[in-house]
Design a protein around this ligand. Structure first.
Ligand SMILES: Nc1ncnc2c1ncn2[C@@H]1O[C@H](COP(=O)(O)OP(=O)(O)OP(=O)(O)O)[C@@H](O)[C@H]1O
Ligand SMILES: [Mg+2]
Length: 459
């Protein structure tokens, strides 16, 4: 079904074309002048214009030329009572799909209409295709116009259909997990399993049996043979999150899987072959961990084949308004609330905030704002006070966090670690030792907080 406009001042031609078109199931609009035709084409998406060469206000050939210029996807058929070969050539040169000589039979008209619509459909498809290619790279509903995000999306697309190991690094909440999922979803393994293991959340022995499986009697409580997550991910992707804090013994086992694509269950010496794509993530600086002797160098090189570094949100401020709107719409829908937009002032606060918890923190802030909002518009007052306060501080005061600056010069990592440790301790005090709440306040997930506390020996 197409939308067809007939521009003809002769009632008889109008009627016969109308009949043919309606019988073929098309929607028909009619005008008697060229000017009205131009307006109608501008207004609605007309697929086909059938115009008479002899319109009262302007020659049909001019209407044809004008429409072809302004709406190249609208096909045009010219009808004429005194057509010469010259007219026909001229019409075709101006981009007419066909020339129909009056009087025409219903069959002739139908044939010309079908052909013209078919062609315009092809043109349209072609245009859509080209547009799809031109469009910025996009993965699922991930937002990211920032050049670094665009580069990441390109990398994800490029390596998705290989089995290459991918390491995703970046601060907590920057989107490491969604990228891992994207790699799986775009890969030929997409119908296979996607298995996610948080390596930071389990004690070493449990983690080993969880990942590699075990045989009956290999330890107290191992009452039967159990396959591990690696085996469960066979034919799919395994995502090993928070790899940075793993123990030496675990690193050795992992190295073997990465090198030889085989594993042995705990307590077993039979070798099992694996077909899995391995994606790893960490929010720690692995290179530093290697230098400190906390992470095996050979494992690091095995892992670091393709690495994707997620930039912190504060370094891609341009994406913040779009992300905020994305979350606003989602939560408005989830919670059945009519919240439609943010005020420019609220958007400005979001853009300037520090976002230590990155996209996840922004997501939480918007959920809270939507849930508590009493109006369709979110304003500064709906945002958490600490975001706003932070915003109110002059930039210089924001940058110079006093205690760190006053200490004697030391390696950056050490200084940052000390500062991070203090921030974690403060958050815990602030939340009366409640780790769940502290994680929320810090905008990091619980297991990340646990791993950090463990690393700093905070209890
Ligand atoms: N570019 C993005 N567009 C839309 N949503 C995003 C984007 N990046 C992250 N998110 C959303 O933000 C939240 C946090 O992302 P994700 O869980 O992937 O972060 P992470 O880096 O894995 O964090 P962690 O280190 O704490 O595991 C998720 O809800 C995710 O869907
Ligand atoms: Mg994650």
């Amino acid at each position: 079904m197409a939308k067809v406009l007939v521009a003809d001042s002769d009632p008889q031609s109008q009627e016969s074309l109308h009949d043919v078109l309606v019988r073929s199931g098309h929607i028909v609009e009619a005008t008697t002048t060229g000017e009205a035709a131009i307006r109608a084409v501008d207004d609605g998406d007309i697929d086909l214009l059938i115009c008479d060469a002899d319109l009262p206000d302007l020659p049909g050939i001019e209407l044809l030329a004008a429409v072809r210029r302004s709406h190249p996807t609208t096909a045009v058929i010219l009808t004429t009572a005194f057509g010469s070969v010259d007219d026909a050539v001229h019409a075709m040169r101006e981009g007419a799909a066909d020339l129909l000589r009056k009087p025409f039979s219903a069959d002739q008209a139908r044939l010309a209409i079908d052909r013209a619509l078919e062609r315009s459909l092809l043109v349209r498809e072609n245009q859509n295709l080209r547009q799809a290619l031109d469009d910025r790279v996009q993965i699922g509903n991930l937002i990211g116009e920032d050049p670094r995000m665009q580069a990441i999306f390109k990398t994800v697309r490029a390596v998705a259909d290989t089995r290459t190991t991918v390491l995703v690094t970046g601060e907590s909440g920057t989107g490491k997990t969604v990228v891992a999922r994207g790699l799986h979803a775009l890969s030929p393994r997409r119908n296979g399993p996607f298995v996610e293991v948080n390596c930071g959340a389990l004690p070493e022995t449990l983690l080993e049996s969880e990942l590699f499986g075990h045989v009956r009697g290999s330890f107290t409580g191992a009452i039967k043979d159990k396959p591990g997550k690696f085996e469960a991910a066979h034919g799919g992707t395994i995502f090993l999150d928070e790899i940075g804090t793993s123990t030496p013994a675990f690193q050795v086992r992992l190295l073997r899987v990465l090198q030889d694509r085989v594993l042995e269950r705990v307590g077993d010496n039979r070798t099992i072959a694996l077909d899995v794509r391995i994606v790893l993530a960490t929010n720690l600086d692995l290179e530093q961990a290697v230098r400190d002797g906390r992470f095996r160098e050979d494992l690091y090189y095995r892992i670091n084949v393709v690495s994707i570094e997620m930039p912190p949100l504060r370094q891609r401020q341009e994406d913040i308004p779009a992300l905020a709107m994305h979350f606003l719409r989602r939560f408005a829908k989830d919670h059945g609330k009519r919240v439609e937009r943010l005020t420019p002032a609220a958007t400005a606060v979001l853009r300037r905030a520090r976002w230590p918890g990155n996209v996840r923190q922004l997501e939480n802030v918007l959920e809270r704002a939507v849930v508590f909002s009493q109006s369709p518009v979110i304003d500064v007052a709906d945002l958490p006070p600490n975001l706003v306060e932070q915003d109110a501080l002059p930039a210089a005061a924001n940058a110079a966090t006093p205690p760190v600056a006053l200490e004697p010069v030391q390696p950056l990592r050490t200084a940052l670690d000390a500062a991070e440790r203090r921030i974690l301790e403060q958050a815990l005090v602030h939340c009366d030792g409640n780790r769940e709440r502290a994680a929320k306040v810090l905008g990091i997930n619980r297991s990340t907080l646990f791993a950090k506390l463990r690393r700093y020996g905070v209890r």
